[in-house]
Design a protein around this ligand. Structure first.
Ligand code: HEM
Length: 495
């Protein structure tokens, strides 16, 4: 059982079998696994925990050095985090939406060009869209990830493939250490080429931001203004490169795969898809018999898309990309809850998938029920008893909650323990979460207004997709997700 299961599923099985807290020993290390929301929050928010560096440091050679994602919670991390965080504030999300709309419109054009009969890997397409969004939003750079689809042999397309393939290569190298040296094997040589290209792209991006007139307050602008706390001077190139690489690394697969799981879930639940379309039509964002010309999506619309937001949240509950969750090392003896004492040196793991799917935390955890998010406070553990699928918020409350949940600053009552933490919790939570939320809701709104997505026959139905689920640094679908994008009008004619 141990080897045949994906690690996040194994962690869920163990939580169901041994409960919300259990421990084991890994050589000299005492490891405690926690899916109890209150204990998890105490640990993740404690100033006496830090990242387990050896679990992250293997990424440093690929990301060209230690960075926001992989480094210790020290003065340097604090300076960079504080420096760049305003780029993801609520004010900048209007700009983020403009980037998403532009990139997603190109994607929709590509889907239209390919037609409904061709099965396409929507996972790869959504990864490309995420790359374009991060390029524009963070660096004012067109990565050409979608546009190069029309020119498969172009240099731009090779670069895109290198960026996308680099995560895969990192996974292969961590699984098979000797792959580093197996130069007689074509895949290993190809891996070196990909990683070489990846590094060139990141160097070019650094050159680009240094020579471009950057909009004030964007990620690149703030990064260049960040000072090294040791020297008081701007970060050196050696320090800037890993931060640029980490943003792509942390943002592309997480957002892209979530979009894919969302389209997969909707393809299996036509009644949910119909409600999403109805919501889009009621706001004039999708064509309807009464309104054949839908209008453009605006920032204000995102808060009105209450049901679509519920669908995205339910997707992130069932398929959190960082599914094995957060690993933290306790740096000074720590108490959590009433009875838990963790001595310094203990490793505490909070597995996101297990926490989100444990029957101790959720009713009907294996069912796709976006309606549960229409109940106030569903993300909090205390809401479990009241979280009856039928009870509803007033329209006003639902709108206010939807608007608040788009940004990190307004994530609700911080004293309540959360049972839903796809973006992590505590000081090392996801700095890019507001961009991810805007990106996912807007992309789904724009695509679903125009297309209905149907699983390709060769995916083997829902069971085939679930069997292909694979944890490779983030949770995804091995081999991609082939689907048909059926334009809504022709869809209607078929009916
Ligand atoms: C659905 C999309 C996303 C999810 C679920 C997600 C989730 C997470 C999680 C769980 C962590 C903590 C990782 C750990 O401690 O091991 C994290 C960190 C981080 N994420 Fe995201 N992320 C998403 C999208 C993004 C985007 C779009 C960006 C930026 C463009 C981004 C940038 C980062 C960075 C830089 C960190 C490190 C933050 C720090 O330690 O200070 N993420 N993310």
């Amino acid at each position: 059982m141990l080897v045949s299961k994906e690690p996040h599923r194994l962690l869920l099985d163990l939580a169901e079998r041994y409960g919300a807290i259990y421990k084991f020993r890994l050589l000299h290390l005492h490891v405690v696994v926690i899916t109890d929301p209150a204990l998890a929050m105490d640990i993740l928010k404690s100033p006496h925990v830090d990242k387990v560096r050896f679990l992250y440091s293997f990424l440093d050679p690929f990301l060209m050095g230690t960075n926001l994602l992989t480094g210790h919670t020290d003065k340097h991390w604090k300076a960079v985090r504080k420096g760049v965080a305003p780029a993801f504030s609520a004010q900048h999300m209007r700009y983020a939406l403009r980037c998403v709309v532009e990139c997603c419109n190109s994607l929709a054009k590509y889907l239209e060009d390919q037609g409904p009969n061709k099965a396409m890997d929507v996972d790869e397409l959504l990864l490309r869209e995420s790359m374009d969004v991060i390029g524009r939003f963070g660096f004012q750079k067109d990565m050409n990830a979608i546009n190069s689809l029309w020119h498969p042999a172009s240099e731009a397309n090779h670069n895109v493939r290198a960026l996308l393939g680099s995560t895969e290569e990192v996974v292969e190298r961590t699984k098979t250490f000797c792959r580093w040296f197996q130069l007689w094997r074509a895949e290993a040589r190809h891996g070196w080429t990909i990683l070489g290209r990846f590094k060139c792209i990141i160097r070019d991006l650094l050159e680009h931001i240094k020579t471009t007139k950057l909009e004030a307050g964007t990620f690149a602008d703030l990064l260049l203004k960040t000072k090294d706390p040791k020297t008081g001077k701007p970060l050196s190139d050696k320090q800037l490169l890993p931060e640029i690489a980490a943003l792509f690394f942390a943002g592309i697969d997480t957002t892209g795969h979530t979009g894919s799981f969302c389209l997969f879930l909707l393809s299996q639940h036509p009644e949910v898809e119909a409600k999403v379309v109805q919501e889009l039509q009621s706001l004039g964002l999708a064509a309807s018999p009464k309104n054949p010309q839908p209008r453009e999506l605006t920032y204000a619309d995102l808060a009105e898309l209450v049901y679509l937001q519920a669908v995205v949240k339910e997707t992130l509950r069932m398929f959190p990309p960082v599914a094995i969750g957060q690993a933290r090392i306790v740096s000074a003896d720590l108490s959590a809850g009433n009875n838990l004492r963790l001595p310094s040196g203990t490793c505490a793991i909070v597995p996101h998938h297990a926490m989100h799917s444990s029957s101790l935390n959720w009713d009907k955890p294996n069912e796709f029920l976006p309606e549960r998010w229409l109940v106030p406070g569903t993300e909090y553990a205390v809401a479990k008893k009241e979280a009856l699928v039928n009870s509803k918020m007033s329209k006003e409350d639902a709108r206010a909650a939807a608007a608040a949940s788009l940004s990190e600053d307004a994530e609700g009552d911080n004293r309540q323990p959360k049972r839903y933490i796809p973006f992590a919790e505590g000081p090392r939570n996801c700095v890019g979460q507001s961009l991810a939320k805007v990106s996912l809701v807007a992309t789904m709104a724009l695509l679903l207004a125009r297309f209905s997505f149907k699983l390709a026959d060769d995916m083997g139905g829902a069971a085939g997709v679930r069997a292909a689920e694979r944890y490779a640094l983030v949770n995804g679908i091995a081999g991609g997700l082939r689907m048909h994008a059926i334009p809504r009008e022709s869809h209607k004619r078929e009916e």
